[in-house]
Design a protein around this ligand. Structure first.
Ligand code: XLS
Ligand code: MG
Length: 346
């Protein structure tokens, strides 16, 4: 088996993570699969072989009935589960949202699914359950009462937190993943700032349990700077998980390989993570493009991993005292030049 990619001198967990959905059959909104779909559990050896340490999955991919089998398979491969997440977006009943649906029955199902995800995460020994905002939002104004929808989110997450605290205290943390649009035109919990506001409105007894899972592309789609989003999470003590990828401008969510579009900013992000001593899992949320053939499906993981390891090493070469001096001298352009020298120079 291939050696695992590790980040040198990283605090805490230094292996890399990837989702089982990252190596899908190549569907997009305009066309069906271009590759034979690989059964989910058969994706685990591919992920392990690509040098990844932590796999991630939705409940729609590894349902509660399959978690024991998934755990056994992963154990054999030396893979760990880094994160588990309920899908609030795939099932037709969630077409107008899950926790924010106008139908109280659907809201109840969402909370039940979330609790089941906590149970599954316990079996898989995943440290984090993530809630991506998915279809929580609206395409038409006044289709939902926004203030009411926000209260539903608070209420739903409070219920999940209460359950997680009773069932899995000290073992599992919960993280919300913001995204501004896609699949909805407008999504609730669009940005890191909104998620932090949500956490501030939760029952004080549960606020510690909740953090953020910021994703590169999601910040960039919103026209925001991902590095600042991550710094904001760090400042709040809420950086619970990370989804890295690349995004080529403000368009649909591309899930491109990490390090591809903005390597200098990616290196700067790693400087911040190194300085903060971030000890959680760094995972990729990338997507094998539909143009890649089945035999090359893992390229998306190995390219992202290699770029990350290289950029992590480059980030260690950034002399923090030089940065500090240039900041004091108010030489912003020189800082850009110094980062370029660390990235491109010899
Ligand atoms: C989609 C999200 C999703 C979450 C997990 O844009 O990134 O893949 O990470 O549901
Ligand atoms: Mg993601």
């Amino acid at each position: 088996m291939k050696e695992r990619y590790l980040l040198r001198d990283k605090k805490g967990k230094n292996g890399l993570g990837a989702g089982v959905w990252n190596i899908g059959p190549g569907t997009d909104p305009f066309g069906g699969p271009t590759r034979e779909p690989i059964p989910i559990l058969d994706r685990l050896p591919i992920i392990a072989e690509a040098g990844i340490t932590y796999f991630e999955a939705h409940d729609s991919e590894i349902p509660i009935t399959d978690v024991e089998a998934a755990k056994a398979r992963a154990d054999k491969l030396g893979l760990k589960c880094g994160m588990y997440t309920p899908s609030f977006f795939a099932e037709p009943i969630f077409k107008d949202g899950a926790m924010t649906s106008n139908d109280p029955e659907i809201r109840k199902i969402a909370v039940q699914n979330a609790k089941r995800a906590v149970d599954a995460a316990l079996v898989l020994e995943a440290p984090t359950v993530v809630f991506w905002n998915g279809r929580e939002g609206f395409d038409f104004v006044l289709a939902k009462n926004g203030q009411e929808a926000f209260k539903r989110l608070v209420d739903g997450f409070d219920q999940v937190a209460q359950y997680a605290k009773e069932r899995a205290a000290g073992k599992i943390r919960l993280a919300v993943e913001p995204k501004p649009n896609e699949p909805r035109a407008n999504m609730y919990l669009a940005t890191v700032g909104e998620v932090l506001y949500l956490i501030s409105r939760l029952d004080p007894a549960y606020r510690d349990l909740f953090g953020v899972n910021p994703e590169t592309a999601h910040s960039r789609i919103a026209g925001l700077d991902y590095l600042w989003d991550v710094e904001l999470c760090l400042e709040a003590g809420k950086l619970f998980h990370i989804h890295l990828n690349s995004q080529d401008g403000q368009r649909y969510d591309q899930d491109l390989p990490f390090g591809y579009t903005e390597p200098l900013k990616d290196m700067a992000l790693l400087v911040v993570l190194q300085n903060a001593g971030y000890d959680g899992i760094i995972a990729f949320d990338v997507k094998a493009p539909r143009t890649d053939s089945p035999e090359n499906i893992a390229d998306i993981l190995t390219v992202s991993s290699r770029n990350l390891v290289w950029l992590w090493e480059k980030a260690w070469t950034v002399d923090r005292s030089i940065l500090e001096r240039l900041r004091k001298e108010n030489r912003n352009t020189a800082i850009a030049g110094y980062l370029g020298q660390c990235l491109f120079g010899h």
